[in-house]
Design a protein around this ligand. Structure first.
Ligand SMILES: N[C@@H](CCC(=O)N[C@@H](CS)C(=O)NCC(=O)O)C(=O)O
Length: 256
């Protein structure tokens, strides 16, 4: 532990990745010093596989590698002394972990598929977003590899007009579940304090809300296709949407 805490950690990300924003938010929250290393899609694999991972985010902390956002949150919580993102109380802790898993497995993939379906036909909007802060050479290469990147994304996430519509329906369904949970006036999803459940909901909802304060790279809401903008405005105008926006404005501190 002493050794792993000596040097700043490295967080390998893609600039627009919402799972990366989930990890970044957690590290900022517990004030774990880190340096972010963003990569463009496809080329991120050179960095992640070198560190025993595949997808982003990957956290390299001393000799340890964390190749999944939930493992990064658990590690960040432990390094911060515990009880920061995951309540020590066993019942509350289990509820937080179950909600986090549900958002990871259901919300994240469906917000991503819907958002990509809207933006893949707009490479001019995606290019600056995907190359924000990446190494100079990767930024120069992106326009060349863009056709492969877009086609791989379309295949990997099985993006079609029909699947995108199914995905936005699933997103709306999860927002309705969160609306119901919040309707007793609670300020957080579990217990009396901000937890990994709140953080995960807000971070993984970001691609359909474009929240102020989110540090993932997105195009401006007024630049995206009308259907995407209208959906974002509809979802913002729900209790779950207002809740996520409040979390970004009140709970997303830390360095930018
Ligand atoms: N279960 C993973 C999911 C992460 C994930 O899906 N990351 C996406 C970006 S948002 C990714 O890296 N996709 C490209 C790849 O898998 O190579 C986590 O929670 O970290």
């Amino acid at each position: 532990m002493t050794n792993s805490n000596a040097a700043p950690a490295i967080l390998i990300t893609m600039p627009h990745s919402h799972y990366s924003e989930k990890a970044r938010w957690a590290l900022d929250r517990v004030a774990l010093p880190y340096r972010e290393e963003p990569h463009v899609p496809l080329l991120h694999r050179l960095a992640t596989t070198r560190n025993d991972g595949g997808s982003v985010p990957v956290l390299v902390h001393g000799p340890s590698r964390f190749v999944d956002s939930t493992d990064i949150l658990v590690h960040a919580d432990a390094v911060g002394g515990g009880d920061l993102l995951y309540p020590r109380d066993a019942t509350l802790g289990r509820e937080v972990a179950a909600l986090e898993e549900r958002f990871d497995e259901e919300l994240g993939p469906h917000t991503r598929r819907w958002a990509y379906a809207q933006l893949l036909p707009e490479p001019g909007l995606l290019r600056p977003v995907m190359s924000r802060g990446v190494p100079w050479l990767e930024a120069r290469l992106l326009p060349v590899i863009m056709p492969w990147v877009l086609s791989l994304i379309r295949k990997a996430f099985r993006i079609t007009p029909e699947s995108a519509l199914r995905s936005i329906e699933r997103v709306r369904g999860i927002f309705r579940e969160v609306d119901e949970r919040l309707c007793d006036g609670r300020r957080f999803l579990v217990g009396e304090r901000f937890t990994a459940a709140d953080l995960t909901f807000a971070a993984l909802a970001a691609p359909v809300l474009f929240p102020a304060g989110c540090r993932a790279a997105y195009p401006a809401l007024d630049a995206v296709p009308a259907a995407m903008r209208e959906e974002a405005l509809r979802l913002r105008d729900t209790d779950a949407g207002r809740f996520a926006l409040r979390l970004f404005s009140q709970e997303r501190g830390g360095s930018s």
